[in-house]
Design a protein around this ligand. Structure first.
Ligand code: CP
Length: 323
């Protein structure tokens, strides 16, 4: 943890205090109002993505450009970087960290960002979403997408004006969703937050998160369908089925049957209409079919505002690293 302070890496959400989150959100709010600055002038960011991305990579790159910095990039790094020739992540980070001032890393391995900080001694590493790798089940509990959770929490606080005592439902594939893990860790830092996990049994939230919530006295319950919690929560955090993380055809087909064929885990107009007047629907995106597009025009739908906030929160994060 001390290493994170000396070089301000962003690896996992447990590293943040409530005061640090407040300060980050204060800067993000300022950027949402002002749009640009020169706080990264002369700096170079590398986006090193071994997995597909639309929002994380492009909003980080837009954030860096809006701060007056520059960007070098390799998406699909497994195929288009020298990883394709067998170079290790460690060697890649050692070399790339000599070319730039910050690295944003997305990788299949859950511990990739944690490993990377040992080889980028003088510049910060930002975890742009690492893991879970279905072939490395022993590292599953390390899978995180911390900057997504930061923008999720910012969006919640922006809407309600507070986090304390909010009731949050996580819905869908909670086993493989790294954003759920990262956001649950953040919510656990606020007094009185209550969590409802809504998922099929084979995609239930991991014991590591439940243990963390118990240790932090966060009340949580598990449910088998969205309808039973829809009028009892302030935030419904929808997630997609992460087919690319599933191990075998039987797991995949069982999960798809349970999520796609039933309405137990899908958000419809009728369900959204039962939400509290001030309640909101979030989704890290991409959406597949778990939220009806008809819901998009309802006032509860905040997922595109949430994606937009990603730009400002990432600007704030980069601002703090360079100032
Ligand atoms: N939410 C998120 O990480 O989106 P991308 O995969 O498009 O970056």
């Amino acid at each position: 943890m001390a290493a994170y302070k000396k070089v301000p890496h962003c690896i996992k959400t447990q590293q943040y205090t409530v005061d640090e989150l407040s300060e980050l959100f204060r800067i993000a709010k300022t950027y949402k109002e002002t749009g640009e600055s020169s706080s990264a002038r002369g700096k170079i960011m590398t986006t090193l993505f071994y997995e597909p991305s639309t929002r994380t990579r492009l909003s980080f790159e837009a954030a860096m450009l809006r701060l007056g910095g520059r960007v070098i990039s390799t998406d699909n790094a497994g195929q288009f970087s020298s990883a394709a020739k067998g170079e290790t992540l460690e060697d890649t980070i050692r070399v790339v960290s000599e070319y730039c001032d910050v690295i944003v890393l997305r990788h299949t391995d859950e511990d990739a960002a944690e490993r990377a900080i040992n080889y980028s001694a003088h510049i910060p590493v930002i975890n742009g979403g690492c893991g879970p790798n279905k072939d490395r089940p022993h590292y599953m509990h390390l899978a995180q997408h911390p900057t997504q959770a930061l923008l999720d929490l910012y969006t919640i606080e922006e809407h309600f004006g507070y986090i304390t005592s909010l009731r949050v439902a996580f819905v869908g594939d909670l086993k493989n969703g790294r954003t759920v893990r990262s956001l649950a860790y953040l919510l656990g830092k606020y007094h009185g937050v209550k969590i409802k996990f809504v998922a099929p049994g084979n995609l239930a939230v991991g014991d590591d998160i439940k243990d963390y919530l118990k240790r932090h006295n966060v009340e949580y319950q598990e449910y088998g369908n969205l309808a039973s919690v829809i009028d009892q929560v302030d935030v419904v955090y929808m997630t997609r089925l992460q087919e690319e993380r599933m191990t075998g055809s039987s797991e995949l087909s069982a999960s798809m049957d349970r999520i796609r064929l039933g309405t137990s885990y899908a958000m419809t107009e009728a369900l959204a209409a039962k939400m509290h007047d001030n309640a909101i629907i979030l989704h890290p995106l991409p959406r597949i079919d778990e939220i009806s597009t008809a819901v998009d025009r309802m006032k509860q739908a905040k997922y595109f505002d949430q994606a937009r906030n990603g730009l400002y929160v990432r600007m704030a994060l980069l601002h703090q690293m360079f100032n």
